[in-house]
Design a protein around this ligand. Structure first.
Ligand code: ADP
Length: 459
C-alpha cells in the first residue's frame, strides 16, 4: 500500500525535503489522536524510540477536565508520565497536511508494560485471544458524518451567542443517500479525504451520500481489527483537518439535531483461520454460515445489551436509536435487514459476515471492536446456540431484545457483566464505567435550550 513508511524511507523523504514533521500520537478514551508534532529530523535520529505524555490523557473527559476518582491516575498520585512508544508498523505519510508523516503509539508505564486501560492495548488483548483460539479477526468500521459549510471558528462564535443547530448549513440541498449530484458539492472535502487517506496507506473503497441533508459515509476495505481501528481514528482526524482547511466543518456526533438522522459506525466482522480461510463460511448451510459464525453471533446477541456502552459511549449516543431512521432499536439478528441490530451480510459468499449496526459515529473504534470480539469469542467458547433469525420490521417487534435506551442503563449492564470483566479485566471495566458515570453526572446538571424553551413561560 502506498503511503506507509519505514524509518529508512522516512529518512530518505526527510533528506529529500518532502517531510519535515512527524505527528506522534496515542489514542485517548474518546478515540482521539493525542500527542506531539516532532521535527522529522529528530524523530528519525531519536524520537522514534519513545516519548512521554501526562498519564491524565487516559482519564480526561471530552473537554480535558481532570476527572476525580480514577484508580490509574489522579492528583493524589501526582499525574505522572506514560511512555508513548511509536508502533513503527503504523508510520505513514499524512498527505492532507503539508510535509507531514504520522505514527501511532502504544502507551506504557514506567516498567514498559502496556497500560491496560489504553484503547489500543484493550483491542490487542482481544486479538491475541482470538489468535490463541485459532482465528484472525477481520473488521471494517463504516463511518458516517455530517459536513457543514460553516467553519469551526464561526460556529464557536455562533454557539457562544446561544445559536442552535439551525445555524449549521449543509452543502447539499436534500436527502443525499446515494445521490451523485448532491454529493458533487461536497467533493472539495470528500475527494481530498479519499485521496489523502489513500496516500496514507488507508485503502478507501468509496464515499457516498447518506440519508439526510449533509450526511456522508466513508468506507474502507476490511482489515485485521487493529489496522481497522487505527484507520478509523486517523480518518476522523483527516476529515476534520481537511474540512477545516476548506473553511468547513464535519461532525461525528451520533445525533447532532433532533430532526436529523443519526450518524452510525456499523462494524463488519468475520473470523479467518491462520491459513487465511474464511472461518465463517460453510457452503452446506442455507445462508452459508459456519458453526463458528453461529456461535460468534450468538455470543454477541447474548451480550449485546452489556456491550452497548462501548458502541454508544455518550448521553447523546442514545438519541440516535429512534424508530424509522435506519438506526436499530432491537438487538436481534436478521439476514440482510437494516432494521436489525445485527445484520448478516454476504450470505453464501466467502465474505459472509456479521454487521453490528448498533454503534454510532461517536464510538471509540478500538473499544467497539474489542468488546464485539470478546463477546463473539465468548459465544464460541461457550458453544452458544444461535436463536432463530427474525424477519420483517424489527422496529415493530415489540417483544424483541431492546438496545439499552440510555447511557445510565447501558453502564449498569456493563458494570455487572461477568463475561466482560473476565475478558477485559476488572481494572478496565471499572475505568470505563467511571468515565460513563462522569458523562452522566456532567449531563445531569446541564440546563438545555429545550428545558428553557419548554418551561420558561409554561411551568
Ligand atoms: P454495505 O452493503 O453495508 O454498503 P459493503 O459491500 O459496502 O456493504 O461492505 C461494507 C464493509 O464490509 C466494507 O468496508 C468491506 O470492506 C467490509 N467487508 C467486506 N467483506 C468483509 C469480511 N469478510 N469481513 C469483514 N468486513 C468485510
Amino acid at each position: 500500500m502506498p503511503g506507509y513508511l519505514t524509518l529508512e524511507t522516512l529518512a530518505q523523504a526527510v533528506d529529500a525535503g518532502e517531510i519535515d514533521t512527524v505527528i506522534v500520537a496515542a489514542v485517548d478514551m474518546q478515540g482521539r489522536l493525542m500527542g506531539k508534532r516532532f521535527h522529522a529530523a529528530h524523530f528519525v535520529s531519536h524520537g522514534w524510540q519513545e516519548t512521554h505524555c501526562c498519564n491524565y490523557l487516559l482519564t480526561t473527559d471530552m473537554e480535558m477536565n481532570t476527572v476525580p476518582g480514577y484508580a490509574s491516575a489522579s492528583w493524589e498520585q501526582g499525574y505522572g508520565d506514560y511512555i508513548m512508544r511509536p508502533d513503527l508498523a503504523t508510520l505513514r505519510r499524512a498527505p492532507w497536511l503539508e510535509g507531514t508523516a504520522l505514527v501511532l503509539c502504544d502507551l506504557l508505564d514506567h516498567a514498559h508494560t502496556e497500560v491496560p486501560q489504553s484503547p489500543r492495548a484493550i483491542l490487542k488483548r482481544q486479538i491475541a485471544r482470538a489468535h490463541e483460539m485459532g482465528f484472525e479477526a477481520m473488521m471494517a468500521t463504516e463511518l458516517e458524518f455530517y459536513i457543514f459549510q460553516n467553519s469551526y471558528e464561526s460556529l464557536r462564535g455562533d454557539f457562544a451567542e446561544g445559536a442552535g443547530p439551525r445555524n449549521l448549513v449543509p452543502l447539499a440541498a436534500s436527502n443525499e443517500d446515494y445521490a451523485i449530484f448532491q454529493t458533487s458539492r461536497e467533493e472539495p472535502v470528500m475527494r481530498a479525504l479519499r485521496n489523502g487517506l489513500h496516500g496514507a496507506g488507508i485503502p478507501v473503497e468509496n464515499t457516498k451520500g447518506e440519508a439526510d441533508v449533509g450526511q456522508v459515509e466513508v468506507n474502507v476495505r476490511y482489515a485485521e481489527a487493529l489496522t481497522t481501528a487505527d484507520n478509523h481514528a486517523i480518518i476522523k482526524t483527516a476529515a476534520k483537518d481537511i474540512a477545516q482547511a476548506q473553511g468547513q466543518s464535519v461532525t461525528f456526533m451520533a445525533k447532532y439535531a433532533t430532526d436529523k438522522a443519526g450518524s452510525s459506525s456499523h462494524v463488519h466482522q468475520s473470523l479467518w483461520t491462520h491459513d487465511g480461510l474464511p472461518a465463517f463460511r460453510d457452503p452446506s448451510d442455507p445462508l452459508g454460515m459456519s458453526q463458528i459464525m453461529k456461535w460468534f453471533l450468538a455470543g454477541q446477541l447474548a451480550h449485546a445489551r452489556e456491550l452497548t456502552l462501548f458502541l454508544a459511549p455518550f448521553v447523546n449516543s442514545y438519541k440516535r436509536f429512534c424508530v424509522g431512521l435506519f438506526a436499530p432499536t432491537k438487538a436481534v439478528w436478521s439476514p440482510d435487514n437494516r432494521t436489525a441490530g445485527f445484520r448478516v451480510c454476504g450470505e453464501n459468499t466467502a465474505a459472509v459476515r456479521v454487521e453490528c449496526r448498533i454503534g454510532g459515529a461517536d464510538l471509540n473504534p478500538y473499544l467497539a471492536c474489542a468488546v464485539l470480539l470478546a463477546a463473539g469469542l465468548d459465544g464460541i467458547a461457550q458453544k452458544r446456540p444461535l436463536e432463530p433469525a427474525m424477519t420483517g420490521d424489527m422496529y415493530a417487534a415489540e417483544t424483541a431484545r431492546e438496545i439499552p435506551k440510555t447511557l445510565r442503563e447501558a453502564v449498569a449492564l456493563a458494570e455487572g457483566a461477568s463475561w466482560l470483566r473476565a475478558a477485559l479485566g476488572d481494572a478496565v471495566v471499572d475505568h470505563y464505567v467511571h468515565a460513563a458515570r462522569w458523562e452522566i453526572s456532567e449531563t445531569d446538571r446541564v440546563v438545555t435550550d429545550w428545558d428553557l424553551r419548554r418551561g420558561l413561560e409554561r411551568v
